[in-house]
Each structure stands twice: as structure tokens, then as C-alpha cells.
Design a protein around this ligand. Structure first.
Ligand SMILES: Cc1ncc(COP(=O)(O)O)c(C=O)c1O
Length: 385
């Protein structure tokens, strides 16, 4: 079966956050992480059927929805989860915020590695917890971003309670290897830290590398790990607000649920429907998507190397549809404004804790024609400096 990854429905004048940002301006939005492709036909059909039912009362997942998630974990990663470990969430960012409130007191510290998806840093701060950030190090010879282990050790204080891990990593597009995850797990055990593993991008691995759920590394690590996952990024349904935490430890699970009670919105009927259709019926579509994303990634790497002098991709793009571009050689005081002036809307590296002017992030989850046009505009932006 073939799927259409070459065209996109018109998203201008719709409720799209990504496209509304530049309403009325000729700027291609290559920023926030949703894709311009239609979701899988199986999801669209399931939603249409659910809408035709016509009643949208308070929702609970039916057994087949829970089973779809449980089976996906086992089939994809060999991870046998108990259905009782699942806590449904309206979004992963909600999960990051609930965790900070559930497992740390005001003034306690939450460690993370930067650059990173901004809510990893803002979630602790939102409730007067403290975000401690340790920068990754670029091993230029190996072409790899690496954890600065000595700096990580030094960052731990008596008030450090948790570690927020992005697995695979946004924005570095990095898939963590087993030995790195094991070392991180040991680090968390040694310092008695809880480990929050955000695995929202785990079904978007582009290279022949396995996704290793952090909690699968051993019972000791699983007991202190809260995994956050969702069908949202992979199947392009983030606007349906359906995610889940997997919390094997009953005490942590109860603490998490207590912290969320009364303030966390419930997942909707349509969200559960989309979730089941994603995990149960959308694998052929996902394979087609991955093939398209690999092609886009290769085109991007090639174009940057040949046509965008001063822009550098420092390490392989192993996962996600997001690429981290070093633009420091361009010496632009405001790279985002400069590229916007030439018709491309990128994400500002400073949001991810990169130094001003050093990096931007581009979203290549779009038809090839959109990416090609965006890159041509970036080329013009360089010559217009
Ligand atoms: C690592 C990571 N976590 C969470 C999210 C957003 O999750 P949600 O929309 O479910 O809050 C994103 C979105 O880009 C992300 O990259």
C-alpha cells in the first residue's frame, strides 16, 4: 500500500499553531514539531467512525486501546508492561510538570542535559523547583554529541531529586546507545535520583538502531523510572492531546496521580480512538513515513554541505524529523529574524539553551517540495547577508 507523503493539505487559515505564527506573511514554518502530512488513513477512518457515533461523553480507554499500547511495547521493544502501570495524560509537557510537583519540593533540583526541548528546563521552574543544566559536549572527531560525565557528577547536590532524559534526543536527533543508558541509570541509582525518560520520539528512528526504553535496563532502574510516551509525534496527532506515563512502581504511580488530581485534563474520546488506530493499524504508514523522512534528512544534509557555507550539521541525524544546525560561522546577531526575512521560520537555539546566534532547529517533517523551497530560501538568505 502506498501513502501520500508528497502533498500536504492547505494548512494556512486553519487552526494550525505552526502556520498561524506567520499568517499573512510569506514564511514557510519549519519550527514547532508537527508534520505537514495527513495522519495515517487508519487513524482518519477510526476517527470518522467515532465521530459518526455522535456521543462524546467523559472518556475511559476500552480494553482494546490499552491492549494496543501494551502489545506495541512488547512487539517493538520487548518491553512487557502491566496495564496497571499506564497513566493517561493529555500531553507529555503536562507529565514533565506533574513530575516536578510530585517528586520534588520547592527549591529541589532537577538535572537535564542541554541543548534540550525547553519544557525540560521550564517544568521545574513552573513550580519553584530548580532546573540544573549540564551541556553536552561535541566530540568533533567522532561526529557525536556526548554526555560530559565529570560535569554531570559535579552538578549533583544534596537537593538533586530527578534527572530528565530525552530518549531519543530533541534537538540533537541522537539515539542513546545501551552503554550510555546503563551509565545514566547507574548514575541515577548512585545519587538516588528518579529518572524521567521522555520517549515521545521513540518510533521515529531513521537509522538501523534500536530504541531502548530506559526502564528496560533492569529492575532497579525500572523502579525509579517514569517513562513518558505518546503516538502524537510519530502519527502526527499531537493536537489530539493523548499521551501516557508508564510507571512500574506502585508508590511512585500513586504519588504521580495524586499530584495530577483535579488539575490534569482527561484524555478525550477522539484521542483514545486515534491512539488505538495508531498502534494497532498504522505500521505500514509509519514505515512509509520513515522512508520519506530518511529521504528528507539525506537531502537536507547534502544541501547544507553543498549549498549553505557557514551552516554545519555537526553529528548524524539518527532520529526525529528535527535537525540541529550550527549557524555560528554566519555571525548573525539574530539568525531567526534573518531567515524569517528571507521566508523561512526556524526554531531559535536559545530556547534549547544554546548560546545566542549559535544554532537553529529545522523541522523536515514536510513534503519534499516544501523542504526544497525552504532550503532554497535559506541559500538566498546567506547570499543576502
Ligand atoms: C521531547 C519532547 N517532549 C514532549 C513534546 C511535546 O509533548 P506534548 O505535545 O505531548 O506536550 C515534544 C514536542 O516537540 C518533544 O519534542
Amino acid at each position: 500500500m502506498s501513502f501520500d507523503f508528497e502533498s500536504s493539505p492547505e494548512r494556512r487559515h486553519t487552526d494550525s499553531q505552526k502556520w498561524q505564527k506567520y499568517a499573512g506573511r510569506d514564511i514557510l514554518p519549519m519550527w514547532v514539531a508537527d508534520m505537514d502530512f495527513k495522519s495515517s488513513p487508519a487513524i482518519i477512518a477510526a476517527l470518522q467512525e467515532r465521530v459518526a457515533h455522535g456521543v462524546f461523553g467523559y472518556a475511559r480507554p476500552v480494553k482494546s486501546t490499552v491492549d494496543a499500547v501494551v502489545q506495541a511495547m512488547e512487539q517493538r521493544y520487548g518491553w512487557r508492561i502491566d496495564p496497571t502501570w499506564l497513566v493517561w495524560l493529555p500531553g507529555l509537557v503536562v507529565g514533565l510538570n506533574v513530575m516536578a510537583q510530585a517528586f520534588a519540593q520547592p527549591g529541589d533540583e532537577v538535572l537535564t542535559l542541554t541543548p534540550v526541548y525547553p519544557p525540560f528546563m521550564t517544568a521545574p521552574k513552573n513550580s519553584a523547583r530548580i532546573s540544573i543544566q549540564v551541556p553536552f559536549q561535541l566530540n568533533a572527531a567522532a561526529g557525536r554529541w556526548e554526555i560530559d560525565w565529570p560535569a554531570l557528577e559535579l552538578a549533583v547536590t544534596p537537593r538533586t531529586r530527578m534527572f530528565y532524559l530525552c530518549n531519543p534526543h530533541n534537538p540533537l536527533a541522537r539515539v542513546w546507545r545501551r552503554e550510555e543508558l546503563v551509565r545514566l541509570g547507574e548514575f541515577c541509582m548512585r545519587h538516588n535520583l528518579l529518572l524521567c525518560s521522555d520517549e515521545i520520539h521513540c518510533d521515529l528512528i531513521l537509522d538501523a538502531l534500536p530504541h531502548i526504553p530506559t526502564a528496560l535496563l533492569g529492575d532497579d532502574i525500572a523502579r525509579r523510572t517514569i517513562t513518558l510516551m505518546a503516538p502524537s509525534k510519530t502519527y502526527n496527532v499531537p493536537g489530539l492531546g493523548t499521551s501516557f506515563a508508564i510507571i512500574p512502581d506502585a508508590t511512585l504511580r500513586a504519588q504521580f496521580i495524586r499530584a495530577a488530581t483535579g488539575i490534569m485534563a482527561e484524555v478525550t474520546n477522539l484521542g483514545f480512538t486515534a491512539c488505538e488506530a495508531a498502534y494497532r493499524h498504522s505500521e505500514p504508514w509509519r514505515q512509509g513515513l520513515l522512508q520519506t523522512l530518511r529521504g528528507n534528512r539525506d537531502l537536507l544534509i547534502d544541501f547544507v554541505a553543498r549549498e549553505l557555507p557557514g551552516v554545519k550539521i555537526e553529528a548524524p541525524i539518527e532520529a526525529t524529523y528535527l535537525a540541529w544546525l550550527n549557524v555560528s560561522a554566519l555571525k548573525l546577531t539574530d539568525p531567526i529574524a534573518h531567515f524569517e526575512q528571507h521566508g523561512v521560520g526556524l526554531s531559535d537555539g536559545t530556547y534549547f539553551a544554546a548560546p545566542r546566534g549559535s544554532h537553529v532547529r529545522i523541522n523536515f517533517g514536510c513534503p519534499r517540495s516544501t523542504l526544497t523551497e525552504a532550503l532554497a530560501r535559506m541559500k538566498r538568505a546567506l547570499t543576502a547577508r
